[in-house]
Design a protein around this ligand. Structure first.
Ligand code: KG4
Ligand code: ZN
Length: 336
């Protein structure tokens, strides 16, 4: 099963060719054009600028992905495109491009949920059998899911306010670190020691598996205003990163304990942009080990948005006969 995947739901225009053979994924190409420079001056993604940039880039990015994979359209079994959730102007660009290519080449179209792409992304770097427990942490989402396969996932917990990546981005902005904030805050934290800074421990020990980051964000904003030196900022960055890691770990622990009661095969996967954070990876790995779970995170390049994860989800859907009608619509909201 060889599939071209397209991703345009936020600020990356991406295309990728992935081959799925007996459950094993091989990435033949993965091209990502980041729009960071287009949005940097605004301190965040501007939807209209994003959509226009996707229009400018999608054909060229796709051409490169096909060339790098040494692939012709008649070598493909289908075309997968993100159909949501995300900035709908951008989603429409990739989805419409995918529809046009599928119609022109007589190939099946697979509309993919962006979150499902993140959910399968660990399978791009290793052979991973279903089912597994997933922590999906990105700029727009923070949730715990039981993943049994494409189209077969159930949510165990989710954030009641901000996503973890959003908290990273907004606190980084308050520290004057620019956009995107996560990687910048991680770099600054390496210079700091946040052990003396007391931040709220939202929902810690609560019996459900939900998350909350708004209290942490408000407290961090307040402390950011009192920072006088670069060292003060680095200390706050370290404290924030540790607080986020601690909450992700505490909420995951509840899910791990419940999951272990009903599953023999114990695997904990973390995916999404925030999974690129080394402190968070290490914390979650230790939490998994404590509960007797194997731990896996996707290769760094497939944590943040990419089209290889969309191509893989598309290939897995295609293998199950789950294709989409050509009139499928782009969805700004689309819970798994
Ligand atoms: O998955 P992703 O590329 O896009 C969404 O689907 O949202 O995730 C982007 C998010 C941003 O909030 C970004 O700040 C965060 O992931 N992120 C990080 C790191 N790299 C990306 N957060 C913390 N540490 C990082 N190294
Ligand atoms: Zn994403």
């Amino acid at each position: 099963m060889t599939v071209l995947g397209l991703e345009t739901s936020c600020d990356e225009t991406a295309a990728s060719v992935v081959r799925l053979t007996e459950g094993r994924a091989e990435v033949l190409s993965s091209v990502v054009h980041s729009q960071i420079d287009d949005h940097a001056a605004y301190g965040g993604v501007v939807p209209e600028i994003a959509a226009r940039s996707h229009v400018e880039m999608i054909a060229e990015v796709t051409r490169r992905a096909m060339a790098e994979a040494d692939m012709a359209y008649d070598g493909l079994d289908g075309i997968a495109a993100t159909a949501g959730p995300g900035l709908v102007g951008g989603v429409m660009v990739g989805l419409s491009f995918g529809k046009a290519a599928a119609l022109a080449r007589g190939l099946p179209l697979v509309a993919v949920n962006h979150l499902e792409g993140h959910a399968v992304s660990a399978r791009l770097g290793a052979e991973v059998a279903y089912p597994f427990l997933l922590l999906l942490v990105s700029g727009g989402h923070c949730q715990l899911l039981e993943v049994r396969g494409v189209g077969d996932m159930s949510r165990i917990g989710a954030t009641i306010d901000d996503a973890a990546g959003e908290a990273f981005d907004k606190i980084a902005k308050a520290l004057g670190l620019g956009y995107p904030g996560g990687p910048a805050l991680e770099r600054l934290a390496t210079q700091g020691d946040g052990s003396k800074i007391d931040l709220p421990r939202a929902l810690l020990g609560r019996k459900d598996c939900d998350f909350s980051f708004s209290g942490l964000k408000t407290a961090a904003f307040r402390i950011a205003q009192t920072c006088q030196t670069e060292q003060d900022k680095a200390d706050l960055a370290d404290a924030v990163q540790n607080a986020i890691a601690r909450q992700l770990s505490d909420r995951s622990e509840r899910a791990l304990a419940a999951y272990a009661e009903t599953h023999e095969h114990r695997l904990f996967v973390v995916a999404g942009g925030v999974a690129a954070n080394k402190t968070i990876r290490a914390t979650l790995q230790a939490t998994a080990a404590k509960h007797g779970f194997d731990f896996l995170a996707p290769p760094m390049a497939y944590c943040t948005d990419n089209a290889a994860m969309i191509a893989l989800a598309g290939a897995e859907r295609l293998a199950l006969g789950l294709t989409s009608d050509i009139d499928v619509v782009a969805r700004p909201r689309w819970p798994l």
